[in-house]
Design a protein around this ligand. Structure first.
Ligand code: ATP
Length: 321
């Protein structure tokens, strides 16, 4: 399923200087240049309030940008929305479902609302979509009896009633328990394996690392970086972790030697090594020992996206769930 554009553009989402300033003056998205390659699972990462939902709403033509431009599937939006949007499935801010209807009846209603969908093949389309998301057995249950994860899967099924080139999912695992999250992530991987480009927002770094091939990192409406996840994570230097019975002195010595963002928790002192590539860790260790710090362990931990984020912003990736 998936690709039905004739032109098959290599870039499925491209924004240039995309900006949204709300009426109150809030600059939610600031000159965003996003490039989402075809076939990617693209994670749009950022803490709460960093502008992800606003961007997605602009991409889908739900709100107007203040300035800048957007192209979906190689076509300018919103002027070509009529041609583009049928190829784009979206799940934004949770699916709108009727609790008193079954999962199947909900999908049938959504399908019927699409003037281009053929009524005679509706049942087959709905059943295929239900099967796709693993809800065939629960098809006749009322939607209000569905778990949050099942509701989310039903929302995805709605987005999959037609073959799509692109799926845009806003925080698809938000509010789900770990099992629900695993199910949605597995489904995203399956859809991607079929060739659908998937653009998903998340405030969860590990989620992006688990499912995405590419990512863009947002902070306060601005794009910090974008590219293949492996490249972003490789750019991080990792966190220095020292365990010692002398944490105060260790912190002082490390700071003098250019380690920044130091935190002390019991015997554990962590921080970011100086931006020398590669940092001379042997010298750092020797400096500690010279100052009489008793070093029990000295290691670099994790070169994850989280470290990349910290390195880019100089701050932790704090989010309120
Ligand atoms: N309709 C609106 N009017 C005014 N300000 C808004 C509006 N919608 C969002 N904002 C502001 O724009 C900024 C970005 O919000 P947005 O919802 O896009 O962020 P987000 O990264 O999606 O965060 P979350 O994960 O919490 O939804 C925030 O400061 C928010 O308060």
């Amino acid at each position: 399923m998936g690709t039905s554009t004739t032109s098959e553009p290599e870039t499925v989402i491209a924004t240039r200087d995309l900006t949204k300033r709300f009426r109150g003056g809030q600059l939610a998205v600031d000159r965003l240049d996003l490039t989402v390659p075809r076939g990617s699972v693209f994670g749009f990462l950022g803490p709460n309030g960093s502008g992800k939902t606003t961007t997605i709403r602009m991409l889908m033509g739900l709100i107007e940008p203040t300035s800048g431009s957007t192209a979906l599937l190689g076509r300018p939006m919103p002027v070509e929305a009529g041609r583009v949007l049928p190829e784009v499935g979206a799940l934004i801010e949770g699916p709108a479902l009727y609790g008193f209807l079954s999962g199947r009846a909900n999908l049938a209603r959504i399908d019927a609302a699409d003037p281009t969908s053929e009524p005679r093949t509706r049942r087959a389309r709905v059943d295929t979509a239900l099967k796709r998301v693993g809800l065939a057995a629960a098809a006749t249950k009322k939607a209000r009896a569905y778990s949050l994860g099942m509701k989310q899967r039903l929302g995805l099924a709605a987005a999959l009633l037609k073959p799509r080139s692109l799926l845009v999912l806003d925080e698809p695992t938000n509010g789900l328990d770990p099992q629900g999250m695993r199910e949605i992530r597995a489904l995203i991987r399956e859809l991607a394996a079929d060739g659908t480009t998937i653009f998903l927002s998340s405030h969860l770094l590990d989620e992006i690392e688990q499912v995405c091939t590419h990512a863009a990192v947002m902070s306060q409406g601005r794009l910090l970086t974008q590219g293949p996840v492996a490249d972003l994570a490789a750019g991080a230097r990792g966190r220095l972790v020292v365990t010692t019975p002398d944490p105060g002195e260790a912190a002082r010595v490390l700071e003098v030697h250019g380690v920044h963002g130091i935190t002390v928790s019991g015997p554990r002192v962590t921080g970011h090594p100086p931006a020398v590539d590669p940092p001379d860790l042997a010298d750092l260790n020797a400096a500690l020992v010279r100052s009489g710090v008793r070093v029990r362990s000295f290691a670099i931990e994790g070169t994850s996206l989280e470290e990349a984020f910290v390195a880019l912003t100089g701050e932790g990736f704090h989010v309120s769930d």
